[in-house]
Design a protein around this ligand. Sequence first.
Ligand SMILES: Cc1ncc(COP(=O)(O)O)c(C=O)c1O
Length: 375
Amino acid sequence: MRVYFDNASTTPLLPEVQDEMTKIISEVYGNPSSIHLHGRQARIVIEEARKTIATGLNASSGEIFFTSGATEANNMALLASIRDLGVQRIISTTIEHHCILHTLDYIREREMAQVLLLEVDDKGQIDLEKLAIILGDGIPTLVSVMHGNNEIGALCDLEKLSQLCMQTSTLLHTDTAQTIAKLPINLAKTKVSFLCGASHKFFGPKGVGFVYINNDNLIKPMFYGGDQERGMRSGTENIYGIAGMAKAFKMALDEMDYRKEKVSAVRSYFEAQLSTTFQDIQFNSTSKGLYNICSVSFPPTPKSEMLMMNLDISGISASSGSACSSGVENDSHVLQAIGHNAKRKTVRFSFSHLNTNEEVDFVIEKLKTITPVAV
Ligand SMILES: Cc1ncc(COP(=O)(O)O)c(C=O)c1O
């Protein structure tokens, strides 16, 4: 048996998505920018996909731009808001994905804007009251706070954050790579300036995603060329990827409740089994967080040193909570930010509706050979 509990990292392509992509690959090969029949057929595929994404988010089609994924979308939102929207300060958090944090490093090093990283509490939450006080100074600001954290699953209260930003005329970007098509997002109700999606997080193909840019934000493109995506993102469109992403998105929305229930049940079973079977288990994720992520930290033992390798050898794919820097394993920036004890070994198990309790049983059995069992 081989178990895949690493769905926050990426998900497999669903057969229905693969079928849709195969159909487009074999039947639609025109360049969407060409005005002849073949081009028009390709254009229709892209515009239908755009409509699917926009409808699912309650946005307008003109606000959705296809990109290579969330990294590109996040870069665009941060950099363009400084260049084109008069942003003088970006306020973000210490637990963002590296595609935000490293872009902020770039911005800080070049003194393009002030950068302020808010600390989080041990549950990965920022202090909204503190943020409100900071925003009171009136400096033109973009707040960039991730919706769901990819390591510990902490969720921010997007509704409250959005209201705060509206009250203070602050632009809001949210990295929704982990929550798009997993949690309902209604942009007519929850106003944001930018958000992003990466298709491979919801059973679509890799290397394709989108950015939502609210109509009020007139930004310029990051790179120039043939003026595709209404000039916002030049380069011939990844038509198969876009079609696959739209299919995966639609399926995820249609099955959202079913998937959530199934995933939550597997995760609860896993957490219950972990708690009763092993000694000294600690969870970094909480029941209030993203339902597919279980971040668990094991006590230090000689075997836990090689925990990830042992899991892999045992037939289990999961993610480690550490980052390797200069050959030394350290807790990731997210675990450090929540005050995790670095002596403990953390594993992020992340589930999908394709996982089962039998797989959980398998993982628990294998873990018994790696970490101390409760007596
Ligand atoms: C929260 C978050 N943001 C951004 C990304 C980047 O997505 P991509 O690599 O598809 O561009 C990821 C992917 O791991 C993520 O989890």
